[in-house]
Structure formats: structure tokens, C-alpha cells
Design a protein around this ligand. Structure first.
Ligand code: FES
Length: 221
């Protein structure tokens, strides 16, 4: 089960984020996003604007960002919608963080396919490095969250770290990924075994001619 966030103390949060406003660049981006929707339907932009706001908070805190209540209020006001409607969206999707996270937000999928394929080993690798579910490491580097299916079950077990997926994990490969990130290196994104996306390990076993071109098989049937 995904963990429920602990929403930080509001007075402290208001003192820090009560004056939130878009940067000039993000203000322009917000206008671009809102303009994608028909007149009177600007509330449809709530998801991309909440994401944009979270990224701005992240840039200002050198983390992956989160959505303090005053920031959600700011987005709701821009879209002329009740705060509660924007808050409902922010609390529904795990892509929005309702509490501060670290530089790397490690989201481990613990749903059945990943669990059967070894998500406990992935979590063990996290624990061994000092990560704890629902917490950020003292150095501010890692926040660990267990989440529900992230839609990459064919490559289970997997984690999402910031905007990237790391797949076909073992205890060893997950440890190596965390070590690389802590050392300021970019680990290989995607499958950690020899396969292209979700193709069979070692290469395709059927329709091999499709690997290098959009091959037309119809004449061979
Ligand atoms: S169960 Fe883990 S990605 Fe679907």
C-alpha cells in the first residue's frame, strides 16, 4: 500500500511559501499551458500547473519539489477554481508530493508483479543504504516512497527516481544505482539487463527483421 504523506505544519509552511509566485519563465509556461484549453475550460490546466509549481519549488530548494498548501492555493487562484478542487487533484496522484522530498525521490513499486519479481530485494538495497520509507536521509539526498504500479510491470521489479525509470532490478543493481547517484554520476536509465525496453533479454526471438527497419512481412506469409 502506498504510504500516506504527512502534511507539514501549516504556519511554518505559510511563512516560507506564502509569497510563492511564478518565475518569469514559469509564468510564460503557465500562460502557454492554459492557452491549450478552450475559453472557460482553463481549470483543465490544473495538473500541468501543479507539476510546474512542484518543479519550481524543487528548483528553489534543490530537491524534487513538493506542493505546500499556499502553492496549491496560488495555482487554484490562477485558474479561478476553489482551492479544494485543486487540493483534491494534488492529493489523488502520487506524482505530487505533499511533503518535502530529497534530491532523489526513490519510488519503489511494491504492487504484485514487482513484488513477485523481487521488490523486497530492491527495498532491502534501499534500507541497507540508510533509506527509510516515508523519510528523507539526513544528507537530504534520498527520499524513499513505496508506490503502486507504475505501468512498467513487464520490466519488474522497477523504481522511478525523479523523472526516470530503472527496471529489471536486483539487490546489486539497485545498490549500484544508489551509489552512482550519491557519487554524482548518472546511472544507466531503463532496463538493467541486456534488453531493449521490454523486448526479450539478449534480443528479439521473433520478427527479428523489425529490429533495424519497418520490415514488411506480408510477402512471406
Ligand atoms: S507492478 Fe510494478 S510496475 Fe506494475
Amino acid at each position: 500500500m502506498a504510504d500516506a504523506p504527512q502534511i507539514p505544519d501549516e504556519a511554518e509552511v505559510r511563512a516560507r511559501w506564502g509569497g510563492f509566485a511564478w518565475t518569469a519563465e514559469n509564468a510564460a509556461q503557465a500562460r502557454t499551458v492554459i492557452a491549450r484549453y478552450p475559453e472557460g475550460r482553463q481549470q483543465s490546466a490544473v495538473m500541468p500547473l501543479l507539476d510546474l509549481a512542484q518543479r519550481q519549488v524543487g528548483a528553489e530548494t534543490n530537491t524534487q519539489g513538493w506542493l505546500p498548501i499556499p502553492v496549491i492555493e496560488y495555482v487554484a487562484a490562477q485558474l479561478d477554481m476553489p482551492f479544494m478542487r485543486a487540493y483534491e487533484v494534488a492529493t489523488f496522484y502520487t506524482m505530487y508530493n505533499l511533503a518535502p522530498v530529497g534530491r532523489f525521490h526513490v519510488q519503489v513499486c511494491g504492487t504484485t508483479p514487482c513484488m513477485l519479481r523481487g521488490s523486497d530485494d530492491v527495498l532491502d538495497a534501499c534500507y541497507k543504504r540508510g533509506l527509510k520509507k516515508g523519510a528523507t536521509t539526513a544528507d537530504g539526498l534520498f527520499t524513499l516512497t513505496e508506490v503502486e504500479c507504475l505501468g512498467a510491470c513487464a520490466n519488474a521489479p522497477m523504481v522511478q527516481i525523479n523523472d526516470d525509470n530503472y527496471e529489471d532490478l536486483t539487490f546489486e543493481t539497485m545498490t549500484a544505482i544508489l551509489d552512482d547517484l550519491a557519487a554524482g554520476k548518472q546511472p544507466k536509465i531503463g532496463p538493467q539487463i541486456d534488453r531493449q525496453t521490454s523486448a526479450p533479454e539478449g534480443g528479439p526471438t521473433a520478427t527479428k527483421a523489425m529490429v533495424h527497419e519497418n520490415h514488411d512481412y506480408r510477402g512471406e506469409w
